[in-house]
Design a protein around this ligand. Sequence first.
Ligand code: ADP
Length: 634
Amino acid sequence: MGTATETLPFQAETRQLLDIVIHSLYSNKEIFLRELVSNASDALDKLRLSALEQHALLDEDPLLEIELTPDSRARTLTVSDSGIGMTREELVQLIGTIAKSGTRELVEQLKAGSSGEAAATLIGQFGVGFYSAFMVAERVEVVTRKAGADTATRWESAGDGTYTVSEASRFRRGTDVILHLKPVDPESGLADYTSTQVLKALVKKHSDFVGYPIKLKEVKDGVPAWTTLNSMKPIWTQAASEVGDEAYAEFYRHLSHDWQDPLDRLSLRAEGRLEYQALLFLPSKAPFDLFYRDQEYGLQLHVRRVLIMDRCRALLPPFLRFVKGVVDSADLPLNLSREMIQQDRQIGQMRTWLTRKVLDHLAAMLADRRETYLKFWSEFGPVLKEGLAQESEHADRLLKLLLFHSTREAPEPTSLAEYVARMPEGQASLYYVAGESRAVAERSPHLEAFRARGYEVLFFVDPIDEFVAQSVHEFEGRPLVSVARAGVEPGSESERKAAEDARRARETELRPFLAFLEQTLGDTIREARVSSRLTTSPACLVAGEHDLSPGLERLLRQASGKDDEGVTKRILEVNDGHALVAKLRALHAASPEDPSLADAAHLLLGTALLAEGAAPPDPAAFAAKLATLLTRAL
Ligand code: ADP
């Protein structure tokens, strides 16, 4: 530290990102202004929010505004704000590095070959607004003074791998971003960003609703004058017909730092004991950090149009963390602290109401705009499912929103209600098969009897589906059942009873052979029984009625880091109608001491495990036994 000028390298990922911003993003360069204005507006918000507790910050300098100063001779454009500012450390931390989760993944994806539009989409979704300055400037200077500090810092870079920081002076708190503009070049989308006309149009188009005045410096006959360019109208208080889709989209981009259009929006108004309005957006793409623990989320909370909290988590449950937007209350006190918000009863009621409204909106989307819903589902489906695994309060609404692929072989997933509507006569339960992937689930031997009956079975192949299955036991009064559980078979009650009686009779006959299997495979299986569910496979493993499913057990083991501990033994079901089982049984009856019997038993178990995508307990031994057997057979 000190007054000296330091030259520092950008962090590797930042450099790569910058390189892509500078060299690959061709279209829509004008968005740099929206991004810098958004940052300025955020900095002003932060100052205002800090001043709620430290009044001196605002009393010293009550001016809250954004200034645009073009200089056509020097070919610079300066975007200034009187916001929170940055310290030297913050400047290095916030601008020199990208400390976000998912940065490496983003750079990997970008390097994997997306250019132009696709890169812009990825970068925009990630939110690196400041760097967009390098699309239009060959050099960028930042001069910033943190609120409450005496000194300022200058940051400067040509976006070429390094930047410099040095001490500077600034008259008051806040930040100037000085763009040394590239030459005007309409062909590569570079307009004259020192032209007051161009700047006026850009602010109107992208930033009209910003809540602070955006003032443009115009010099007429040598006399400078400031013109406010934006209307500052809070967009959520206006009628939708007055606003228009494009302005809503701009507002969404401002709020979310996303560069794309939102997928959908909802305007809500609660009138009753509590009066509040909300303008909420669903993004069209899931953000990179959706599943990271440190993901920042929450709605902006305003009280009578004044922002009182930026990312208020208390207004929505975690399973709706992807929703962006604003809530504006008429009743809450202006001085509500973060701690109070967590416990406030009104906030709790608002959260319940908002959650219901969002879920109802999604249900309507599924009913009326399926294409849109499918897009939504492919991005955010797994997050919604968390809601079922975490809490039961909204389970009924959430269940209606679930989509699954199934044995129906349709390109589109099905809802539970649609599944029920297709259930043939006699089918009383909803069935699912769990697996690591659709390909594995599809080939599960557990499906055989259901296929034979023409019953549809849902694929639970998302890791979180195991938790969904664990917490959801029925849908509209009908049980939701895994096909891989002991005793689960298709058919009506009386059919199942008849099948069970027949099975038992066969089992008595096969008892000596089953006992042999239990003895030989006792390390891995709990019990061997005759199956009535298999038609083509010789054997499969099923979970006991009250056991955790193997998939869930695996997830829990991974989560606890104890990989091999406490695996619940399952039941081996054998298909006594299968030729292999018949032969083994005959061999066992004739010469119970035959050494190849044990090998065959291990192979039978191993293939049952392979069929569900799992590995035999000792893969090397399995392979050796198989090779020996094949050699003998060929
Ligand atoms: P994002 O705004 O999406 O987080 P940016 O790259 O645009 O990403 O900015 C990085 C960070 O730098 C911001 O989160 C903010 O903390 C800080 N920053 C940027 N511009 C300003 C500004 N004008 N005043 C204060 N801080 C700023």
